[in-house]
Structures are given as structure tokens and as C-alpha cells.
Design a protein around this ligand. Sequence first.
Ligand code: HEC
Ligand code: HEC
Length: 238
Amino acid sequence: MLRLLFISKSGMWMHYLRLLTLVSVFFTSSIILASSTKVESIFKFCGTCHGENGEGKKSLAAPAIAGLPMWYVKAQLMKFRSGGRGLHANDEGGLRMRPMARTLQNDVDVDAIAKYVSEREVVNPPRTLKGSPVAGESSYMVCAACHGAKARGMQVLNAPPLANQSDWYLLTQLKHFKSGIRGSNPQLDPIGASMAPMASTLVDEKATLNVIAYIKAFGKVNVVAKREPTWGQWLGLW
Ligand code: HEC
Ligand code: HEC
């Protein structure tokens, strides 16, 4: 009798356990579903300036963001939010971007959109500026120390990839670093402040255009492994 009771009780427990698993699977998947549609709609909003595939829009001074590494996108969003970037009165683009970063409700949304952006296919916008890649090579030696020989970026040094970026945006940023519009606040933006003196190694606009031409000559560069494996791939299910 006791044995029977035990069996039926454990049977009941198994039933509860199964039910519990089903319920939790249902809730987790609906949460995942809800958050993935949320991040897609956030990206649509970003796309109004950055282009629907994150390819950038020159008319709005919005750079290509598709495929930038998650750590870099997150760092920039956090800086736009805190005022480490995009506060200077002459920073037209930054002033446009800062309020956009502040529409993100919390760090969870920042993480989610940064991940989503990093998983988009890189676009590599075409060249729009003139410059000599050959003449730019020697100036790039300095840059390579942090941005890598092929401008793929180096996370350990917080240096983003420069390949795959629009030349007009690289030019604006180098000018901004040089003139103190970006990276001039070591308290709020110590990393930007480490880049600022590097821009001054480019003596004039010609040297800047040449180094940009050298960077663009790399063409479309594979920056990071595209996607983390999905749960299904990880478990070997699909
Ligand atoms: C109103 C237009 C606009 C919208 C909307 C917008 N951005 Fe931007 N964003 C810009 C501009 C302009 C810049 C260039 C800032 C500069 O020149 O420093 C920029 C810069 C950035 C950068 C820095 C890129 C780099 O290489 O340093 C990131 C990252 C970024 N935006 C992500 C986003 C994300 C994510 C969203 C959506 C949540 C978004 N932006 C929405 C206009 C916009
Ligand atoms: C000491 C390391 C270091 C060196 C050397 C260096 N950079 Fe950087 N660079 C950085 C870091 C770190 C950042 C990211 C700044 C930030 O987070 O705002 C950066 C950012 C940039 C950006 C902005 C990219 C974007 O998407 O907004 C450009 C453009 C750039 N560097 C170009 C250059 C060029 C050209 C050279 C060579 C003349 C160079 N850098 C040398 C560390 C370096």
C-alpha cells in the first residue's frame, strides 16, 4: 500500500514537473519572442537615419553601423547617453545621435540593440573621397598599432574596425578628434581621449585623405565571427 502510494505520488510529481517545464518553456519562449520583435522595431527606428540595413546615410551624417562589434556599439551608445560623446556645440552628428541613444530605456535594451546591430551583414559603403592609398600607407603604421594591420579593430585596446566604414564619416571623426569636438573629455570619455592625439599625427587634410584611402583599399573586411551559435545549433538539434 505504502509502495503503491509512493509510486502514484512520484507519478504525480513527474506530472507536475512536466507541466512546470512546459509552462516555463512557454513563458521563456514568449519572452524571447517579445524581446526579439522589440529589438527589431528599435532597429527600424535606428534605420531612419542609419539606413534600413545599417549601411549609413551621408545626407544625415549617420555612419554605417551594420556589423560593428557589439562591445564598440555598446560603448558608443553608453557614451552618447552619458554625454561623453555628442555634447560639443559643433558636433552636428553627435548632437543628432545623443538624444536617440537616450530613447533606449535601459541597459537591457542597449545590450539587445548592440548585439542586433553587430549581427547585421557588413555593407562597406563605396568610396566618395579622393586620396592616395600608396601615400597613406606610412601614416597608417601608427594606426595599425591599435586598429590592426587590416583595420579590423582590436577589442583589447577598445579600437574599433575602420574598414567597412564610410570615408566621409572617417574624415569627420578624424577632424573632430583633432579639433577637440570628440575625445576631449578624459573624465567622461577616457577612451576617446586616447584616440584624440593620434589624429594629430596626420599633419593636414591631404595626409588624412590619404590614410582614409589606404583604409578603404582593404575593401570589405571580415571583422568578427558573424553570429553566436543558436541554442539549437549548440545542442546539435538544428
Ligand atoms: C536622428 C538620426 C539617428 C538615429 C535615429 C540614430 N542615429 Fe546613430 N548616429 C547618428 C549620427 C548623425 C551619428 C554620427 C555621430 C557623430 O558624427 O559623431 C550616429 C552615430 C552612431 C554610432 C557611432 C558609430 C561609430 O562608428 O562610432 C552608433 C553605434 C549609432 N549611431 C547607433 C545607433 C543606434 C543603435 C540607433 C537606434 C537606437 C541609432 N544610432 C539611431 C544619427 C542617428
Ligand atoms: C593608441 C591606440 C590608437 C591609435 C594608435 C589610433 N587609434 Fe583610432 N581609435 C582608438 C580608439 C580606442 C578609438 C575608439 C574611441 C572611442 O571609443 O570613442 C578610436 C577611434 C577611431 C576612429 C573613430 C571610428 C568610429 O567608428 O567612430 C577613427 C576614424 C580612428 N580611430 C582613426 C585612426 C587613425 C586614422 C589612426 C592613425 C592615424 C588611429 N586611429 C590611431 C585608438 C587608437
